[in-house]
Design a protein around this ligand. Structure first.
Ligand code: CTP
Ligand code: CA
Length: 222
């Protein structure tokens, strides 16, 4: 777990990280989900813990919380459960690193018994999920920093710049999901760090762990 050079420059900081994807169930066997594996969020949590931070890690299904470090894990399934966890944990956090892929829509009703497939097309009514970052940016105190992530295809800078402003973020990490050595499930990634004031910073392809350290270096400049 190198890359940090033994620095303890995050000691005393409380860092909240989200990782993985949420699932919005229609019935016990079907859900709306996404391909996020949680690697970027986990790398951020590990890197922050190694640099001395106290880390709260909120993860979606199938993401394993590392044990034996100063990382406290909370496992959630849906965006509503992630919202509850963030409402509980955000007041104590200095930074929120929102690497999770949160659902945009969910089935309007949950059916507790399995639907026969012929009934699904008729019943699949969708409802918007509230934007969790936007909700937290309305509550945040001046010392708290909100860092969003935007996984994009094609041009990633323009859409990420829009999200930075719309969600009231301190920074956004735009990253490609349509290129080799990048995106969902990859061990490596590249990104563009964007803030409201300064020019964007290109972070070239590297392991998600070293990318995590770069992101933490940049977050320290906020
Ligand atoms: N996000 C959130 N709540 C949601 C959806 C997304 O907090 N309901 C967060 C993500 O965790 C991420 C950031 O917003 O940190 C950007 O997510 P992204 O999916 O790229 O942006 P959206 O605003 O959902 O826009 P779109 O899916 O249309 O690109
Ligand atoms: Ca989205």
């Amino acid at each position: 777990l190198g890359y940090s050079g033994g620095k303890r420059d995050l000691s005393g900081k409380h860092i909240l990280v989200t990782a993985g994807g949420t699932r919005e169930y229609l019935d016990p066997v079907r859900f709306i989900g996404n391909p996020s594996t949680g690697k970027m969020g986990l790398s951020l949590a590990l890197a922050a813990a190694h640099r001395g931070a106290t880390v709260q890690l909120v993860v979606g299904p199938r993401v394993e919380v590392p044990i034996g470090l100063s990382i406290q894990g909370t496992t959630i399934t849906s965006a509503a459960e992630m919202q509850q966890a963030l409402q509980r944990l955000f007041p104590q956090a200095d930074w929120l690193l929102m690497a999770a892929a949160v659902a945009d829509f969910k089935p309007a009703t949950y059916h507790p018994t399995k639907l026969p497939k012929v009934a699904i097309a008729d019943r699949l009514e969708l409802e918007a999920v509230p934007d969790l970052l936007q909700m937290l940016s309305a509550q945040k105190k001046p010392h708290q920093k909100l860092i969003g992530f935007a996984a994009q295809t094609g041009d990633m800078v323009a859409p990420a710049a829009k999200k930075l402003v719309q969600k009231g973020l301190d920074a956004i990490v735009a990253n490609p999901i349509d290129q080799p050595e990048a995106g969902f499930g990859s061990d490596r990634n590249r990104a563009v760090w964007m803030t409201p004031q300064l020019p964007p910073v290109v972070i070239p392809t590297q392991s998600k762990l070293s990318l995590a350290h770069r992101i933490l270096d940049l977050a320290l400049t906020l």
